[in-house]
Design a protein around this ligand. Structure first.
Ligand SMILES: [Fe+2]
Length: 366
């Protein structure tokens, strides 16, 4: 990748492909204290008020800098590295390749909490690991005074839901969700009925004195790829049929329509939703419904299969951070007579983790 000049024009060259960079694109990036606020990096001018027919009057290129003078009199010195970075997207989270995993996964992505971890390289490594595997576990996170709130807000900011800013997971009388019982929870994604669905769930173990109550995780990405390969008809209908997810309690009715497997604009994996207590398929032709039901049974069978599930016991201080768009989570049953099992949970969004990751990459020069 490099920058080249030819008769007052700037070209971007990549693997033999040469394209002219629009002069306005460069004009928008004019820096210097008259044009950009040093502290915020925000423009001090409005590019929509500039004349569109901006032209380059003079150009100079050295190894590190491109100097441009425009016909409106503005002059700038742009860092070549920064220009190339805009074309490479190297720091984009989407370029961290997902790693498929199943029950054979042994490394549970453990990272040890320490004071100021949020500004340390360990946090960068943990976030990269999170994007590769869809989860990480932070060990020895302080358990007093709802520390999960501090933890979440030190990465980004908490996303409040109908369960509050954070929620206590322990069995209680008259629960409004099965999570608050001692019953087993089959693999599911959280809040599929919300728009948008909360991206990342944190679960912090405060006490765990029971025998069972193991946490379970399944990689929805691995299962989706398996379905795509071995059952293409099922994959097709689950990626094309929008179903209604619904949550009802005394004060609110939340509904959203979405595919059980949602793809992005490039037809690649974006998100899975799975919560068979909350989904309602629309009334379609009988044959189509028949295919849909078989597909839902198959994906349920795969999600619930031991082949894809990891099980582990969260110990006091463990904080599990998992991607609610990619992973399914659940737990095995337990007997509340054994003692207390108390977890605290909350949600944050992707812009928090992405923003933190980019900040740490900048800080450590990655
Ligand atoms: Fe859940």
């Amino acid at each position: 990748m490099k920058i080249e000049l030819l008769e007052n024009k700037v070209f971007f060259e990549n693997e033999g492909l040469k394209k002219e960079i629009h002069p306005f694109w460069l004009r928008e990036r004019v820096n210097g204290e008259k044009f950009v606020d040093k502290g915020t990096q925000q423009r001090l001018f409005d590019p929509t008020e500039l004349k569109e027919n901006v032209e380059i009057k003079h150009l100079e290129l050295s190894n590190d800098f491109l100097e441009v003078t425009f016909n409106d009199g503005s002059h700038t010195k742009l860092n070549v590295k920064n220009i190339l970075k805009e074309f490479s997207n190297k720091n984009e989270v989407k370029f961290i390749k997902k790693i498929e995993w199943d029950a054979s996964l042994k490394d549970l992505n453990n990272f040890y909490f320490k004071k100021n971890i949020f500004e340390e390289k360990e946090m960068y490594d943990a976030l990269v690991s999170f994007y590769k595997y869809g989860f990480v576990i932070f060990k020895e996170v302080p358990t007093k005074n709802n520390f999960i709130i501090n933890f979440a807000n030190s990465i980004g900011s908490i996303r409040r839901t109908n369960f509050g800013e954070y929620f206590d997971v322990k069995s209680k009388p008259n629960p409004n969700d099965l999570a608050y019982t001692s019953l087993p929870l089959a693999p599911h994604t959280d809040n599929p009925y919300r728009n948008p669905v909360p991206c990342i769930q944190m679960l912090h173990c405060i006490t765990n004195e029971v025998q069972g109550g193991l946490s379970t995780l399944v990689d929805g990405y691995t299962v989706t790829e398996k379905l795509k390969k071995d059952f293409p008809k099922y994959y097709e209908i689950l990626t094309q049929t929008k179903v209604r997810f619904q949550f009802v309690d005394e004060s609110v009715i939340l509904e959203d329509w979405a595919e059980m497997i949602q793809l992005d604009e490039n037809k690649e994996f974006r998100q899975v939703r799975f919560s068979p207590r909350l989904d309602f398929v629309p009334l379609m032709e009988k044959e189509k419904l028949e295919l849909y039901y078989s597909a839902r049974n198959k994906i349920s069978e795969l999600y619930n299969s031991e082949k894809y599930r990891i099980e582990f016991k969260l110990m006091p201080g463990d904080l599990l951070m998992m991607d609610n768009y990619r992973l399914l989570h659940g737990r095995t049953s337990f007997d509340s007579k054994d003692g207390e099992r108390f977890l605290q949970g909350c949600y944050i969004d992707y812009d928090s983790t992405e923003g933190k990751l980019k900040h740490l990459a900048r800080k450590f020069g990655f």
